[in-house]
Design a protein around this ligand. Sequence first.
Ligand SMILES: Cc1cc2nc3c(=O)[nH]c(=O)nc-3n(C[C@H](O)[C@H](O)[C@H](O)COP(=O)(O)O)c2cc1C
Length: 240
Amino acid sequence: MNTTIQTMLGHRSIRKFTDAAISDEQLTTIIAAGIAASSSSMIQATSIIRITDPEKRAALAHLAGDQAYVKEAAEFLVFCIDYQRHYSISSEIKPEYTELTLIGAIDSGLMAQNCLLAAESIGLGGVYIGGLRNSPHEVDALLNLPPHSAILFGMCLGVPAQDPQTKPRLPMAMILHENEYQPLNKPLLAEYDQQMIEYYQQRSTHNKQQDWSSAVTATLSKESRPFIADYFKSKGLMTK
Ligand SMILES: Cc1cc2nc3c(=O)[nH]c(=O)nc-3n(C[C@H](O)[C@H](O)[C@H](O)COP(=O)(O)O)c2cc1C
């Protein structure tokens, strides 16, 4: 196995960081790796906002649901869909199509994952912060985002001050289907649920007695940020 794949398979989110900074050279490398990701039709509809202002960091940490690591990480990046750039080139573009928001979100996810992987490959760690979408209008205003651009998620990066276990994923046989969709494999799911019970019991923080099926059922039975479609529409996106 090569070191790239070892880094990928060793991924775990890091939520505690030392006070060490990320050097300019490291950050430039991480962002360059992100920008190198594939982009649908070369549209390149992502902007990354690096938050260096400590007051903005604190405000974002609060808006993300009081996630302290947003304040504490060496770097905090906000990934945004950005069609304002294209609109500035030509006001004839039509960023309101949902397809274009999908493209922007997919491309931004690919760019971000390249950034995280690059960071992990040089001994850094990080975590995505979807919690920014708890208060999209407030975050948007804080970052002074123009129309046709919208927040997606943040990312904390820094030198890890913890060494958490990797979290077990669904078995490959449940994710990889051949030629057509395969129905749920219940015995495999039961094995995975047992594995997750053991993982949650053994891990160093937030021990709990829960399996994956009940955890995702609880999560997905709640409303999921029901205000988010209106936020995107308010930015001139997803109205068609
Ligand atoms: C788009 C996205 C948003 C996320 N948002 C948060 C967040 O707001 N806070 C947090 O602590 N973790 C967040 N996570 C991290 C997930 O909880 C984590 O990836 C998942 O539990 C799997 O754990 P692992 O990354 O350690 O393997 C997010 C992950 C993704 C991909």
